[in-house]
Design a protein around this ligand. Structure first.
Ligand SMILES: [Zn+2]
Length: 365
């Protein structure tokens, strides 16, 4: 991905910072300079943001390393100005495991806050009168630095435990409900509670803080997406790739030209193609490749095809295919049965399959 700074990796998990993160640092420096702050204070705030984001990385590592215990890998942890995102391959479906993975993140911040509590005289801060406290906190001292860090970690815990997707609290709630109700029903209830909270935040935001409106949208669509995903996965349970495979596909040979592929594309609705040579799959031609090479229509397919591809066995679970689509960021896979090509599968066809299953299950309700 462009605009990403790679910081390194821990236990095989890449840690990356998105370029927009530097905007946050610049913005804070800008605000301070505008108020005529001293260099000390500017450095104080910049350092605070950096250390706070280390805490965010540790929070995400809490999730990722706990998930690893349940054999779920995490590709990377990305830092954005709004926080951190750990891309776990999936969430564990067993409620006990999900509960532990969801709680592990906030637990890290509880731990950090507790350690800070041991060295920062937090109580004495709360004994100050408001006006004096404001003055005390304005000083760029090391003790103030740790106090801010303490408050920030407490806020991270509170914010993340809001019982709504995509927050950790939403997952905790779902996991707790799942013990009794099963995952699909639990997700439905948890996401309804989340959407209810989103409406409360929205109304509060109108009167008090517009930032709450932003959080409201974040939660509302997070809940919607999670409910859809879980419903979809339960619909797809037990179904295999073969059922959603396009069998009526045009097959290319390596000598076909780009022009010939363009003709097929325009004549029908196929966008991506499998290239076959002596009954063996030798490559994939995607719509992207065709568009890229449209200016040289006489080129043969084998010079531009993607030779790095994954074939899917017809008996593979469809949920596994969806995981593969997300993981490899590819949308089109040849499908084989007993080693022979029988068709291809793509995201569009899986979506159609899901739609059909959804209307079937509604009729059976
Ligand atoms: Zn978290």
């Amino acid at each position: 991905m462009k605009g990403v700074l790679k910081l390194g990796s821990i236990s095989g998990i890449k840690i990356e910072v998105h370029w927009t993160f530097t905007l946050l640092l610049l913005w804070v420096a800008f605000l301070e300079i505008q108020q005529g702050a001293s260099l000390d204070r500017i450095l104080f705030n910049e350092a605070l943001i950096l250390v706070l984001f280390v805490c965010v990385v540790l929070h995400e590592l809490g999730h990722a390393l706990t998930a690893k215990k349940f054999k779920i890998n995490t590709q990377k942890i990305m830092l954005l100005p709004i926080g951190g995102v750990a891309t776990l391959e999936k969430m564990p479906e067993k409620p006990g495991q999900e509960l532990l993975v969801a709680l592990a993140g906030p637990a890290v911040n509880v731990l950090i806050a507790t350690l800070l509590l041991l060295i920062v005289p937090v109580k004495s801060y709360f004994n100050f009168e408001a006006v004096i406290l404001e003055e005390v906190l304005y000083e760029a001292t090391f003790q103030n630095f740790l106090f801010y860090l303490f408050i920030a970690n407490v806020m991270l815990v509170v914010f993340n435990l809001i019982p709504a997707f995509p927050m950790d609290g939403g997952r905790v709630l779902r996991a707790l409900l799942s013990f009794k109700l099963g995952r699909v029903a639990a997700t439905k209830i948890a996401s309804s509670i989340g959407q209810g909270l989103a409406i409360v935040f929205f109304i509060l935001g109108l009167f008090f803080n517009p930032f709450l409106i932003l959080i409201a949208f974040f939660i509302f669509f997070g809940a919607y997406g999670e409910n859809r995903l879980v419903k979809q996965n339960s619909l797809l349970k037990g179904h295999i790739a073969k059922e959603a495979t396009l069998t009526n596909i045009s097959i290319l040979n390596p000598a076909n030209t780009v022009q010939e592929v363009i003709d097929i594309t325009l004549a029908g609705s196929e966008k991506d193609f499998v290239v076959l040579e002596n009954e063996k799959i030798v490559g994939i031609i995607t719509q992207k490749l065709i568009i890229k090479n449209a200016k040289t229509p006489s080129l043969s397919v084998d010079t531009i095809m993607d030779k790095v591809f994954h074939s899917i066995d017809a008996s593979t679970a469809i949920t596994k295919v969806l995981e593969l689509i997300t993981k490899e960021k590819k949308d089109f896979f040849p499908v084989t049965e007993d080693g022979k090509l029988i068709g291809a599968i793509d995201r569009t066809n899986i979506s159609e399959f899901i739609l059909l299953k959804t209307s079937n299950s509604k009729m059976n309700d």
